[in-house]
Design a protein around this ligand. Structure first.
Ligand code: VG1
Ligand code: CO
Length: 541
């Protein structure tokens, strides 16, 4: 087998976003797009020669092809060993688990997460460091810089490997070990959570539906819920991962999980409805007749995590991304622990968890996780809910309502305007940014702006600073509006508008009606319709 050094030229725009490099499948398919980016990653891994990497993806279209290329490039670049999930599959949290468990140097995860798949859909490549978490900004910036100077990539000339066969194979000097993608993850869940109690819950007739959305979580959910915990067959639906996710959009929100929402609001609703995204790191929680916002879910989990064996000693601290509602802050206050506020994206939680400052963290975008791995973890969140319900008794809606009674309710919504002209969206943000000093102290309708700023974060562990992380209008009433542009899309721009208002007394209002005045205000302040031509959002969560 010979190593080929292929001359190449830098490709513009290979800049990792919120979570890795995401582009259309057709872009990645066009050689050397993938090769260049992978070479840039490998070039940034000092001393990776002879070390172990983990490779796997969510099974979307192009996953299989891309993995063969990555393996041959890893071999050509002197990597010692690669652990790869069978058939190239690994959910994002499972990849994080495997990197940590086997003390790998790092991992390459292939996924565009909640973006649609298939030949017309999206693909993505993300590098995770040795702690199992997404590479921090200084690493992604180095990778991007390398893509701009690259002159060649190295690849082994070899036949494709058979990744359906468990066990070791060789690729020239490199060992490729095909592992069971589910086993290590199941073992970790069993350590953290009270499987016995959850088993009793199901044995007592508890009914649940888990919608895997034809994405990666199917095999994990089936193995744990139906296999280990005794949930009846059929609890997991859409459980077979498909390269195009069955034509669906694997984003577990009310919009894309409409069938699940209808079921949960209907007469024969099971006790718990849940779903996960393309790569298995997001989760949706729905009780009988009550949808739990991800921000509320984080708060409820933080308040009750001690009921699970893995968290019995209590939480070191919690963290949430800035746009996430401040419901968890109140729980932290009561528990007497710190609550950290980070920019959007899981990469900002890694340092806090490594330093032992944070046990639980989450984002409003259906992401919840803990220090058991360094990614958000969809199925883990669902299992923790089950553990809590099994120990406390009662139902999801009852638990959430009791939480609101105790802590008050943070009414919260996110409005997304998708596929905007990138120039128009950038102009909208620029103008808002320019007006921040003038907005300060201004009266806008019923509200007075107490603080108007562009969120900036200083990592308390390594002191790194991340600026420009979202425009915030914090009102004297305690309400809040946040604007930011998505960093995971592949077409045009997506404007996200996050709206929140805390309420102690009126706990049963309709969220959209309750927040309508603030939503209107957001539209006016930013001139959304005038700048984008849009009269309303595409997706409301
Ligand atoms: C979105 C979410 C963010 C999340 C990211 C990756 O990013 O808002 O909270 O961390 O997706 O999630 P953005 O930049 O589009 O707002 V996933 O499930 O793609 O790994
Ligand atoms: Co995801």
């Amino acid at each position: 087998m010979t190593i080929r050094t292929v001359p190449t030229r830098p490709i513009l725009g290979q800049k990792p976003g919120t979570s890795g490099l995401r582009k259309r499948v057709s872009t990645f398919q066009e050689s050397p797009y993938l090769e260049n980016f992978v070479q840039a990653i490998l070039d940034c891994l000092d001393g990776v020669e002879g070390q172990t990497l983990v490779v796997g993806g969510d099974g979307r279209f192009f996953n299989r092809r891309a993995i063969q290329t990555i393996l041959k490039m890893a071999a050509a670049n002197g990597v010692g060993r690669v652990l790869v999930g069978q058939d190239g599959l690994l959910s994002t949290p499972a990849a994080s688990c495997v990197i940590r468990k086997y003390r790998a140097y790092g991992g390459i995860i292939l996924s565009a997460s909640h973006n649609p798949g298939g030949p017309e859909g999206d693909f993505g490549v993300k590098y995770n460091i040795g702690n199992g978490g997404p590479a921090p900004e200084k690493v992604t910036e180095a990778i991007f810089a390398r893509t701009q100077t690259l002159g060649a990539y190295a690849i082994l000339e070899a036949a494709d490997l058979d990744l359906s066969r468990l066990g070791e194979q060789r690729l020239s000097g490199m060992v490729v070990e095909v592992i069971d993608p589910v086993a290590d993850y199941v073992a970790l869940m069993e350590e953290l959570l009270d499987f016995e109690a959850i088993r009793r819950l199901f044995a007592g007739g508890f009914k649940m539906r888990f919608d895997a959305m034809h994405a990666i979580t199917g095999p994990y959910a089936s193995a744990i819920l139906e296999g280990r915990l005794g949930a009846p067959a059929g609890t997991v639906v859409n459980g077979t991962p498909l390269p195009d996710f069955g034509g669906g959009h694997p984003d577990p929100n009310l919009h894309h999980c409409a069938a699940l929402a209808t079921l949960m609001n209907g007469p024969g609703a099971p006790d718990l409805g849940a779903a996960s995204d393309g790569d298995g790191d997001r989760n949706l929680i729905h009780g009988k007749g009550l949808y739990v916002t991800p921000s509320d879910s984080l708060a409820v989990l933080a308040a009750n995590a001690h009921l699970a064996p893995g968290y019995a000693k209590g939480l070191a601290g919690v963290a949430r991304s800035m746009p996430t509602s401040r419901a968890v802050d109140r729980v932290a206050e009561k528990l007497g622990i710190a609550c950290h506020e980070t920019p959007t994206g899981w990469k900002f939680f890694g340092n806090l968890m490594d330093a032992g400052k944070v046990t639980l963290c989450g984002e409003e975008s259906f992401g919840t996780g803990s220090a058991h791995v360094r990614e958000k973890d969809g199925l883990w969140a669902v299992l923790l809910w089950l553990n809590i319900l099994a120990v406390r008794g009662g139902d999801v809606a009852g638990l959430v309502r009791a939480h609101w009674q105790e802590f008050g309710r943070n009414y919260y919504t996110r409005h997304d305007y998708e596929g905007l002209d990138a120039g128009a969206a950038a102009a909208l943000m620029d103008e808002l940014r320019a007006r921040l000093p003038e907005l300060q102290g201004q009266k806008l309708g019923e509200e007075t702006v107490a603080t108007a700023d562009d969120f900036s974060y200083t990592d308390p562990v390594d002191g790194s600073v991340s600026r420009g992380q979202g425009i915030r209008l914090l009102f004297a009433s305690g309400a809040r509006i946040v604007f930011r542009l998505s960093g995971t899309g592949t077409e045009g721009a997506t404007l996200r508008v996050y709206v929140e208002r805390y309420e102690k007394g009126r706990l049963e209002e309709d969220t959209q009606a309750f927040l309508a005045p603030l939503v209107r205000l957001a539209g006016e302040v930013a001139g959304i319709e005038a700048r984008t031509g849009r009269r309303g959002p595409d997706v409301i969560t």
